[in-house]
Design a protein around this ligand. Sequence first.
Ligand SMILES: [Mn+2]
Length: 282
Amino acid sequence: MHKSHGASLGPPALLGVPFDANSSYLRGAALAPPLIRQALKCDASNSWTETGINLESPGLYHDAGDLELDGEDGFGLIDPGVQAVLAREMRPLCLGGDHSITFPILTALARHFHDITIVHFDAHPDLYADYEGNPNSHASPFARIMENKLAKRLIQIGIRTLNGHQKQQAAQFGAELFEMKKLPPSDYLKTWCPVYISFDMDALDPAFAPGVSHREPGGLTVREAVHYLHAITGPIVGADVVEYNPVRDVSGLTATVAAKILKELLGVMVRERHSSGETPKC
Ligand SMILES: [Mn+2]
């Protein structure tokens, strides 16, 4: 595949990334991928997105299964695992796993796409230079991504844990950081550049999504998050849903919410394949 601005986007491919060895506080996120899939296919709901797409239409998306990652060494296997999906001309939609996986995912994607805009939903900016000495910590992926120039823009939404160091990092990297106390209008997410969406489940208020390692009250409602997802104009070259921690969940609630986010993400990722086919300029 040549570097492109999304001229020939293949179908999304679900890729489980069961990795949580870079979590700083609690493990458990590695257990998430099969539970999110199970909730997506649960008979309690139908297969239509709110945008009117039936996800059961044949060939609409693929499931590339879960990466086989063995403990801490598994981190190095994520980039080649994502690369394998891209080599099949599919767009990775990764199910974490902790947020550290976004750096190797972007490393693979940046070989194929220029000028990526990242839309990042999170309670945390994840911009630490390192966290407790670990540069690959789940608190640091966006520092690594921006240092390595793997993205052109970083739009962060839902932040409510900003400290002095990360404020400085955000300024240094030119991050467009929106705290919960001042969210942007959804039109802010309109761009023609290739978009990567990184969705940390703790962006949502723990009232909606208690199954996360770092519960941070005062977050987005599910409705607000879905509204933002629908507002993204694409072309969406990849995405992730990370930090669902089943060990912390209550009655499978967060799995259902993660599946809802995944469902609407799939809906917006396949949207442009159903549109006029024009290739907008970035
Ligand atoms: Mn977070």
